[in-house]
Design a protein around this ligand. Structure first.
Ligand code: IVH
Length: 706
């Protein structure tokens, strides 16, 4: 078949047939990815098909048709599912990869709560099911809706489909008036095999693994299809409840079981990190015979009052962690090293590998981290892999753990090709040919091209529309790339000018492959919806180096409005003056982040681009959520001295949960100083500035009932 022939050897007739074949494959892949949310091929395979298509078109320009995948910008998103806003966000779990991480988890829980190591602290340990999470809302015992996780805040309404799952009761007897049960939808190995056999016999698509099969089956617009697919459900938690289910995690799960839900029989109570690890080993040894896929063990603090005190970080609970099974390994040949340029200009080496199956997934790309990693050097010059470098043609060991990007771990020198040469890392940006330099102490080489580097510009735009940033419906990474290539958008503000600037925009778009009248007007609708944006999302979306999602939230909470934030950044001078002090005073902002922020706001071109964007937006101030009428909302508090009723970490987390800002230093902006025994210079400064000062009991009395 022409698919096996190298592009150079194709004649025109074969090339034409091959282009038709590639077009069909890419179109199916686009539909699977965008419309059905169930990718059928890996990103690497997709890229390889696209590259082959482009190579053939470059050789035979007369064969390029307007329908070519080169001009395709994805498929229209699945419509039909209504959106459901989760009343309590559906978060994910932090990960532990080895025993040390488990001990670290136990230690940090104890540290936060102030529970010494020799005091008992109970946890549950249960399998982590490899499926997809689902929230089931019951009102007065009746199932009213079922929602997928979505982005954690808004999911898809799959109620009709959930009703077809036998493990999900339609009616509960004796449940709280409001009960939102959360758990995992999955497919057993046996049912998965049978489904694939059936699909193949009917010439329908087969699934790569039970998780994909479960996801594809649950997200069917036609519930009768879901009903013909054997899905199961384990309940492992809950969201909103009108009254507590129990006092402990274990009893709450038992209660869900008594109400008619399947709960995992391998859930166990453990009293120490050692016991957790023991139960992990026991579950690991049963993994192959369970009959369904699991990818680790989840540990949760058993006492629900303690869970409440521990609370959440921005995306994960402090009271639970997933201990993942070890990474899967495989050996393969390194075919090439490509350099990708990220949004901050970082040159990242990517290993192109001869495809190899690692734990059921075909891997053809893996990260090589940075130039030192390739050379066999770690941080501060230490040796990694005993100093063995990595060369083209080498046999390398690839591993993947969970959904993280596969990595290259080791290299087999015995199999090294005789003529292999050390890899020379480029000193010039492969995208814009500007110098790529390494700052002292930085492991990363960066392109100095800034906004003249197309790769940086595109990556910034992709970041801007990503899920945690503007998350514009219908405008994903692929579409951004295409619009950039077309010259339609170069900076974020252009996105909001698309509709106006191309008053014929709709006209132009709907004539393009992959776009119709509906998807084009939906795109503009999606863009317009995001003209109103919360401050934290905007700050994150700007893509300023060292300002991640939680940093952006921290800044938004502390400055409250765009005007205050922008004014402060504009007047701040690095390592100088009160605005700098205030910025550094924010607990969680260090000199690196602060320098990066101030630099961005003083860099002329970058600043102008921010201003143009802001002109298109209505920026919603950040109000502390669910803080009721707490007297500390929006106030700045400083803790000093020893706290006796709770640890410093808990005091900070609780104050922030109530909408207060916690600062590490006293200034005229401080509203309260909470001073425990041993308070020193901060208490003195607060007294000088006339700041209201109280002890821990005074603070607790003030926030009591909030
Ligand atoms: S508890 C606050 N327990 O793992 C989140 N999650 O990586 C509490 N999962 O989105 C989640 N089995 O879909 C929990 N026994 C289990 C689980 C489990 C699978 C999934 C869940 C979650 C993901 C987080």
């Amino acid at each position: 078949m022409s698919g096996d022939i190298s592009v150079q050897d194709l004649d025109k007739e074969q090339a034409s047939a091959e282009l038709r074949r590639l077009s069909a494959l890419l179109s199916a892949a686009n539909t699977a990815y965008h419309t059905h949310d169930a990718p059928e091929i890996s990103d690497a395979e997709y890229d390889a098909l696209k590259r082959r298509n482009a190579d053939i078109e470059a050789r035979f320009p007369t064969l390029v048709s307007p329908q070519s995948p080169t001009f395709q910008v994805g498929a229209s998103p699945a419509d039909g599912f209504q959106k459901i806003v989760h009343s309590v966000p559906m978060l994910s779990l932090g990960n532990a990869f080895d025993d040390e991480d488990v001990v670290g988890f136990d230690t940090s829980v104890r540290k936060f709560l102030g529970i010494p190591l020799d005091e008992a602290l109970a946890y549950t340990a249960e399998p982590k099911i490899d499926g997809l999470s689902l929230a089931l809302r019951y009102e007065d015992g009746a199932l009213v809706h079922a929602a997928t996780r979505g982005d954690g805040r808004v999911g898809e309404n799959v109620t009709a489909n959930a009703r077809t799952i036998t493990d999900i009761p339609d009616v509960l007897v004796g449940a709280p008036a409001l009960l939102e049960v959360r758990g995992e939808v999955y497919m057993s190995h046996e049912d998965f095999e049978a489904l694939n056999t059936r699909q193949a016999a009917n010439s329908e698509k087969t699934f790569a693994n039970p998780r994909n099969a479960a996801a594809g089956s649950l997200r069917q617009l036609d519930a009768s299809i879901t009903s013909s697919r054997p899905l199961r459900f384990f309940a492992y938690g809950w969201g909103s409840v009108s009254e507590p289910l129990a006092k402990t995690q274990k009893d709450a799960i038992n209660r869900l079981n008594a109400l008619g839900f399947s709960t995992n029989p391998l859930t166990s109570l453990c009293n120490s990190a050692d016991e957790l690890i023991g139960h992990y080993r026991s579950i690991e040894s049963q993994r192959a015979t369970l009959g369904y896929d699991i990818d680790g063990v989840v540990y949760k603090v058993n006492d629900l009052e303690l869970q409440k005190r521990l609370g959440f970080r921005s995306t994960t609970p402090r009271w639970a962690i997933a201990h993942k099974f070890p990474a899967e390994l495989a050996w393969t040949r390194l075919a090439a090293i490509d350099i990708q340029v990220g949004r901050t200009g970082a040159l990242s080496p990517v290993a192109r590998l001869h495809p190899v199956t690692v734990g059921g997934v075909v891997v053809s790309n893996a990260t090589l981290h940075n130039e030192d990693y390739i050379a066999g050097k770690g941080a501060s010059g230490s040796l990694i892999r005993d100093g063995k470098d990595i060369r083209l043609g080498d046999w390398v060991q690839v591993y993947r753990a969970g959904d993280v990007i596969p990595k290259v771990a080791d290299v087999d020198l015995a199999k090294r090709p005789e003529n292999a040469q050390p890899y020379v890392f480029p000193q010039i940006c492969p995208e814009c040919h500007s110098d790529a330099i390494r700052e002292p102490g930085d492991a990363v080489r960066r392109c100095t091209g800034g906004i003249i580097c197309p790769a940086q510009v595109v990556e910034r735009l992709k970041h801007f529309v990503s899920r945690s940033a503007f998350d514009i419906e219908g405008l994903g990474a692929k579409q951004v790339e295409q619009f950039f290539l077309d010259g339609w958008i170069r900076e974020p503000a252009d996105i909001f000018l698309l509709e106006d600037r191309y008053s014929s925009g709709l006209q132009q778009l709907k004539n393009r492959e992959g776009w119709g009248e509906t998807s084009a007007s939906k795109l503009f609708e999606g863009i317009n919806e995001k003209r109103k944006i919360p401050l934290n999302r905007l700050i994150f979306a700007l893509g300023i180096r060292h300002v991640g999602e939680s940093g952006a939230s921290l800044l938004a909470r502390n400055y409250g409005t765009w005007t205050d934030f922008e004014t402060a950044m504009t007047s701040a001078r690095i390592e100088d003056g009160p605005e700098w002090e205030t910025l550094l005073g924010i607990d969680g902002v260090g000199p690196v982040m602060a320098t990066s922020l101030v630099t961005a706001f003083h860099q002329e071109a970058e600043r102008a681009s921010i201003d143009r964007l802001v002109g298109e937006l209505e920026i919603l101030p950040v109000m502390a959520a669910d803080t009721g009428d707490s007297p500390v909302v929006g106030k700045t508090v400083v803790f000093t001295g020893t706290l006796e009723k709770m640890t410093r970490a808990e005091a900070k987390a609780r104050a922030e949960a109530l909408g207060a800002k916690v600062s590490g230093s006293v200034s005229s902006k401080t509203d309260f100083l909470v001073a425990g025994p041993g308070a020193g210079s901060k208490a003195k400064k607060a007294a000088e500035l006339g700041i209201q000062t109280m002890d821990e009991d005074g603070w607790l009395a003030m926030i009591e009932g909030s």
